[in-house]
Design a protein around this ligand. Sequence first.
Ligand code: PHE
Length: 339
Amino acid sequence: MKEKLQQIQTSVEELLKQISDISALENIRVQYLGKKGELTSVLRGMGSLSAEERPQIGALANKVREFLEKSIEEKKISLEKAARANNLKAETIDVTMPGKISPNGKLHPLTQVMNEVKDIFIGMGFSIAQGPDVEYDYYNFEALNIPKHHPARDTQDTFYVNDNIVLRTQTSPVQVRVMEKQKPPIRIISPGRVFRSDAVDATHSPVFHQIEGLVVDKGVTMSDLKGTLETFLKALYGKDARVRLRPHHFPFTEPSAEVDVSCFVCGGEGCRVCKNEGWIEILGAGMVHPKVLANCGIDPEIYSGFAFGLGLERITMGRYDIDDLRLFYENDLRFLQQF
Ligand code: PHE
C-alpha cells in the first residue's frame, strides 16, 4: 500500500509536467482525488490494515493527499497565469498603425446659414411657421393683393400646376395662412423653397430659398421693422453692419422698401462684391397692406404689422464670397468640403 501511495504521487507529478490546459488538470484531479479516484480507493482499503500499519500508512496517505492538492492548485494558478499572458499578447494593439478615418459629413452651406438665421430670430422671440411648396393661386397671389392680370404676376415667372394651383413663387403665402389661423400678436418667420421658371445662370435658379418674416400687433410701425432688421443684420454680419431702406413697391405691403446692408466685404468703401456701391440688397419688406390684413380677418383699424422676405442664396453667396449660384446645387464635394 505504501508503494501504491508513492506511485500515485510520482505519476501525478509526471502528469502535471505534461499538461498545459485547465481541463486536463481537472481530469487529473478527478482521476486521483475524486470520489472514485485512485487515492480515495486506497484510503478506503485502510480498513484491512493491521493496527500498527494503519497510523503509518494513514500519515503517509495524508501527506500524499496534501501534496496532490497543493501541486494541482499550484499548477492551476500557473496555467491561468499563462492563459492570461497569452490573451494579453493576442489582444495587443499596435497604436503606431495608421487609423481608419471615417469621413464626417457636414451641413450644406445653405443649411448652415439657414440655421444661423433661424437662431437669430428665435432669439428675438419669433417662432417658425411652415406652408406648402405647392400652393393655391389664392394664397400665392390673390390674398396678397395680386389679382389676376396684375402686372406683378409677370415678374414672378410662375410654374402653374393648373388654373388654381402653382408652385409658390415666394414664401409670402405663409403670411396669409398664419394670419387666417392665429390672431395677433403674431411673430413668425417662415423659411422654405420657392420656385420660378427662370433660366439657370450664375444668379438665377428655378428653385431657391426665402425666409419670410411677419409681425402683427397693435401699434406696430415702420420703425419696429427697421429696428428688427437692424438687430438681425448686425447679428448676422457683425455690429458694424449698417442698414438702408429704399422705397419700393410690393402689392402686399404699403409702404414697401428694399433693404440694403453695408457691404460686408469692404464695409462700404466699394469693392468687387458690392460692385462699388458700398451696399448690398438683401431684403424686400414693408408694412402689411390693410387689404391683406382684412383678407385674413384681421381688422386693419386695430392692428398693423410688418413683413419681410430675404433670399437665402443671396446672403450665403455674400457671406462666403461665392460668385455662382449653381455651385449650391451641384453637390460637388470639392465645393461642399470648404464649409
Ligand atoms: N415676397 C417678396 C419677394 O419674393 C419679398 C417680400 C416679402 C416683400 C415680404 C415684402 C414683404 O420678392
